[in-house]
Design a protein around this ligand. Sequence first.
Ligand code: SF4
Length: 292
Amino acid sequence: MEYVGSIYRPPSEAHSMIIQVAVGCSHNKCTFCGSFKDKKFFIKDMKTIKADIDEAASYNNSFDKVFLADGDVLILPMEKLLEIMNYIHKKSPQVTRIGVYGNTKAILKKTVSELKELKDAGLGIVYQGIESGNKEVLRRVKKGAFPHKQKETADKIKSAGILLSQTVLLGLGGVELSREHAIDTGKHLGDMSPDYASALTVIIEPHTELYQQMRAGKFKLPDKFGLLTELKLMLENMDVKNDCFFASNHASNYLPIKALLPKEKQKAIALLDNVISSGDMSILRPEHMRAL
Ligand code: SF4
């Protein structure tokens, strides 16, 4: 496989075949994200992509899911996306789902009927990092997308019948905007009601702008229990309109929680309440076991 640089994929795509069709992220400006800082965005040529699909098919076709990397594959033109997906199915007919990361700008460029076309061609899930539901937090971290636009994208993906998985970042508002970030993000997730929602915790990597801000004393992360309080506030304010599988079991988090919302919301909040009021650090994931 001709992978360029480090490859990132959502945890739920751990067993998927990864085909890198583009390199980097076309936005690449988020202050907290170091994933693609070493890569200048480009779309790979079809010959290279097809060679990787051929190679994947040669592995006895022992996979049923494919994830198209890197950062925001939905920015690719329709013709190219359709050609890639059709070729995957031709070579690996057992594939039942294709997944991609889609940022807000990329999704907005596609119409609902184009998204439906992609769904018919095999696109089964879109992963979208929304990070926060608070406008000021999104402005500060240079996400390039505000809540009303993110809501538009969620509506489009869902109208096309594609599964939507969204992630948010605990701690992203720092101590200063911690409460607003948590409440607004919970409300925003409820409003969008994705099929899956995950809360990760910001890990500040040295080569990011956020790290420089932290060093300069302009950003301070909430402490462990402050982050758990954010998680609790988020859940309290998250009123979903359909079933949503919520998880904070990513390795970056101090406390793994899984809940099928709305059914298990109160149970998850009660658990968080107990842990927060206990103040017991030993319950939390040790620092050395946290990672992005
Ligand atoms: S968080 Fe997503 S949109 Fe922002 S720079 Fe990283 S990959 Fe690109």
